[in-house]
Design a protein around this ligand. Structure first.
Ligand code: ZN
Ligand code: ZN
Length: 205
């Protein structure tokens, strides 16, 4: 990704649109960069645990360079607007949680109301655009305490990404990471075939 882009620009390009959730993620990511003293050449040492898979998590990926492919993004499906970011360089980690009332503001409510409608007349279209601009301004200018609460936490005990051996599933013949294969009396099965094998749909390969 282009080095000259601001964190906000990176996030918008990655996410494909601008929205309140993304902007909150941008603020959280920027805060983590600052708090953990992460330099732009240290991104390989950074990791993040995201507790939601919504817009804000995209900002974490785009700005902090944490992705599934690189093995430094971890997903806990808790449905919470919480991000734990860590820096292996200095062994520090921060847990950033969005305040419950972070977005309680008339302009955000108006934006959501208009956004949720099936049809908007031209006047309302303009109002929606205007509301988004105001939401943008609001989130980006709000003091961090207004948006989040945070604390320094222990470094999560997560190993660096490893490459694992591929084995062949006895049933479908496809490759599966050894760490994910299940040994059964039929031989090694991939998780999908294993699930079916235990049910009724098992088709012998
Ligand atoms: Zn979004
Ligand atoms: Zn299989």
């Amino acid at each position: 990704m282009c080095k000259d882009m601001s964190p906000l620009e990176k996030a918008i390009q990655f996410h494909g649109h601008i929205c309140p959730g993304l902007l909150l993620g941008v603020r959280a990511a920027e805060m983590a960069l600052d708090y953990l003293q992460i330099d732009s050449d240290q991104y390989d040492e950074v990791g993040a645990i995201v507790e939601n898979d919504t817009c804000g998590a995209d900002a974490i990926q785009a700005i902090l360079g944490c992705t599934f492919g690189k093995g430094n993004l971890y997903f806990k499906d808790y449905g919470k607007m919480v991000y734990t970011v860590f820096n292996r360089q200095n062994g520090r980690a921060i847990r950033i949680a969005q305040n419950f009332d972070a977005l309680e503001h008339p302009v955000v409510e108006r934006y959501r109301e208009l956004k949720g409608r099936d049809f908007l007349d031209p006047q309302e279209e303009m109002e929606l655009e205007d509301a988004l601009a105001q939401v943008f301004e609001l989130i980006m200018s709000q003091p961090l305490e207004q948006l989040f609460h945070w604390r320094e936490v222990e470094m999560p005990q997560i190993g660096k990404a490893r490459t694992t051996k591929n084995v062949q599933c006895r049933n479908c013949g496809e490759g599966v990471m050894q760490t994910h294969a299940v040994l059964t009396e039929e031989g090694l099965l991939c998780p999908e075939c294993h699930l079916n094998w235990r049910g009724e749909n098992y088709v012998r390969g």
